[in-house]
Write a protein that binds this ligand. Structure first.
Ligand SMILES: Cc1ncc(COP(=O)(O)O)c(C=O)c1O
Length: 356
């Protein structure tokens, strides 16, 4: 089976972990500080704050922006559930705007109609590593005085018109095992705002600036140095990983003819966390998945049910339709695009997909 994802763990990662174990400094130590520096450099931000996961990065970021009960946050329902749950943790309400047909990202043309006096923030999700239309989103945010919190969990290294994602608003990244840069579990917040950075730093570690003196209600959302060491080794290879993903995606786009392949937009520096095709025209997506799996091609469905249709959320946000998100959930299949694919793997994927 050609797996849908495969963490690239080499000698550098193993050695890095052993060094941390021998150092005796296991949590939020020098490797975490170094990883924060590297992230800030890649994203072009003044600050980067490591957390225990992408979910806790989003949670702390929303809190740091003062978002809570009575507030609304605009996002999409075609995302991993953490985008939505992080909003709910704060007591705020998620407001779902439908997505664009070709990028699967929030449709900026629909955002203004969703703004109410309670709206505090827009949370664009750079889904699959594809940057959102940030010019349009920033323009709306500015005119309505809204905060922008980028869910960049899947998009480390992506750029929009040459500018790194995570630097347009407050950025939140995930280092979960399948991500382009990973360490098992981990997260990162990026920002140019000194006050937000300070709030996030305090909140990730029980509101503590001076040892055992607590300035606010905080959490244990710290990253361990074991994880930071793995992610640091991965960051060294980010450029190489991204180049390989881009080359793999270009090959698939050039050779797949049987289904709708991902759109490529000028100025959008996609990092291909996922390569996602659309099995459209009423064809049976699940049969296509079975056929591909039987031929040894790993697949993923990201995501089979939009957030607004999840049982527990229906009770919170009410009944609604988001037609593009709903149809996408029925039609998408993600194919392997990770850096470890061989030329033969790519040929096999194309041959089998073109039989659909
Ligand atoms: C779009 C999106 N948002 C948020 C998250 C949450 O990240 P984590 O799994 O590290 O908590 C993920 C990752 O799984 C994600 O894909």
């Amino acid at each position: 089976m050609i797996p849908i994802s495969k963490p690239a763990i080499g000698e550098a990662e193993k050695q890095a972990v052993l060094e941390v174990l021998e150092s005796g400094m296991l949590v939020q130590g020098p490797r975490t500080a170094k990883l924060e520096e590297r992230f800030a450099a890649v994203c072009g931000t003044r600050h980067a704050i490591a957390t225990s996961s992408g979910t806790t990065a989003l949670h702390v970021t929303l809190l740091a922006h003062g978002i809570g009960e009575g507030d609304e946050v605009i996002t999409t329902s075609f995302t991993f559930i953490a985008s939505v749950n992080s909003i709910l943790y704060t007591g705020a309400q998620p407001v779902f705007v439908d997505i664009e047909e070709d990028t699967f990202n929030i449709n900026p043309a629909l955002i203004e109609a969703a703004i109410t006096p309670r709206t505090k923030a827009i949370m664009p999700v750079h889904l699959y590593g594809y940057p959102c239309d940030m010019d349009a989103i920033l323009d709306i945010a500015q005119r309505h005085n809204l905060v922008v919190i980028e869910d960049a969990a899947q998009a480390i290294g992506a750029t929009y018109r040459g500018q790194p994602v995570g630097s347009f608003g407050t950025g939140c990244f995930s280092l979960y095992a399948t991500k382009n840069v990973m360490c098992g579990e981990g997260g990162m917040i990026t920002t140019n705002d000194d006050t937000i950075a300070e709030q996030c730093r305090l909140m990730r570690s029980h509101g503590m600036k001076r040892r055992y003196y607590h300035d606010m209600l905080g959490y244990n959302f710290r990253l361990t140095d074991l994880h930071a060491a793995i992610a640091l080794a991965q960051m060294e290879r980010l450029a190489e990983f991204t180049a390989r993903r881009r080359a793999n995606a270009a090959y698939l786009n050039a050779h797949i003819t049987s289904v709708v392949t991902p759109a490529v937009r000028a100025g959008y520096g996609h990092v291909w966390h996922q390569y996602t095709i659309r099995v459209d025209g009423g064809r049976d997506r699940d049969a296509a998945v079975r056929q591909l799996n039987a031929a040894g091609i790993g697949t993923g469905i990201f995501y089979p049910l939009p957030a607004h249709q999840q049982g527990y959320l229906r009770a919170i946000v009410g009944e609604m339709t988001r037609p593009v998100a709903e149809r996408s959930a029925q039609e998408v299949i993600s194919l392997p695009v990770h850096p470890q694919l061989s030329p033969t793997d790519l040929e096999t994927i194309v041959a089998e997909v073109n039989k659909l």
